[in-house]
Design a protein around this ligand. Sequence first.
Ligand SMILES: Cc1cc2nc3c(=O)[nH]c(=O)nc-3n(C[C@H](O)[C@H](O)[C@H](O)COP(=O)(O)OP(=O)(O)OC[C@H]3O[C@@H](n4cnc5c(N)ncnc54)[C@H](O)[C@@H]3O)c2cc1C
Length: 196
Amino acid sequence: MFDSTDTESMTAAEIAARRRMLEVLSYFQAVERKDWRFDHCSPIIGIREGYRIVGRYLLRVDDLRAGREFDDAVARGVFYLDGHKPDDDKRTYILPKEELYVPPYQIPFRCLVARDGRNLLMAGRCMSADQLALSSARVTTTCAMMGQAAGIGAALAAARGTDAAGLDPLEVRREVERRGAHLALDETPPPPAPTR
Ligand SMILES: Cc1cc2nc3c(=O)[nH]c(=O)nc-3n(C[C@H](O)[C@H](O)[C@H](O)COP(=O)(O)OP(=O)(O)OC[C@H]3O[C@@H](n4cnc5c(N)ncnc54)[C@H](O)[C@@H]3O)c2cc1C
């Protein structure tokens, strides 16, 4: 069990993960007689969930269940509630399998603007969301949409001589869509089924 908000715990996780990786390799080499060599691995350990910043809107799992739309939408999510229990290493879902599905939903720009700071934008896993909402929104395509929207917001703030809090979220949405983002939920293909 490791805690991504604690530096010493993260160091221990890095060590444990690299040790495990070499154990797996040596198992395949010694027991399975595979001619495998170590090639490369990620320079840092991947984390599903760490710090999040409370924004001007907190996306909640009920918004996802309702397939909610927002005037200032800048991204959309299509993934199921892929939240795992933090206290076991078997990747057990937090919810029973029949409660994992959510319809496509939108993410408002206000989830990317810090509530308690005038000029701080968030995108990806540090967005403003509850734990289960994040378990869906943290997938790569949705994070990328948020990243583009935050970047557009920063550029607009600079162009308008304002800060993140002073932006018109509807203007950000217009610019996001002008650059090709598809936000309409009725154009969204059905979400994938849970993998396990
Ligand atoms: C093991 C694993 C498997 C996954 N599998 C999938 C999958 O199959 N499909 C899927 O859609 N999603 C998957 N995900 C989820 C997805 O990859 C992440 O949730 C997503 O990449 C998060 O995006 P992000 O931009 O928030 O953070 P990241 O992708 O982690 O990007 C943050 C970046 O910021 C950089 N950074 C950190 N601190 C600093 C600093 N101080 N200065 C400068 N740069 C800094 C980091 O180096 C990193 O490049 C997986 C995640 C993990 C951990």
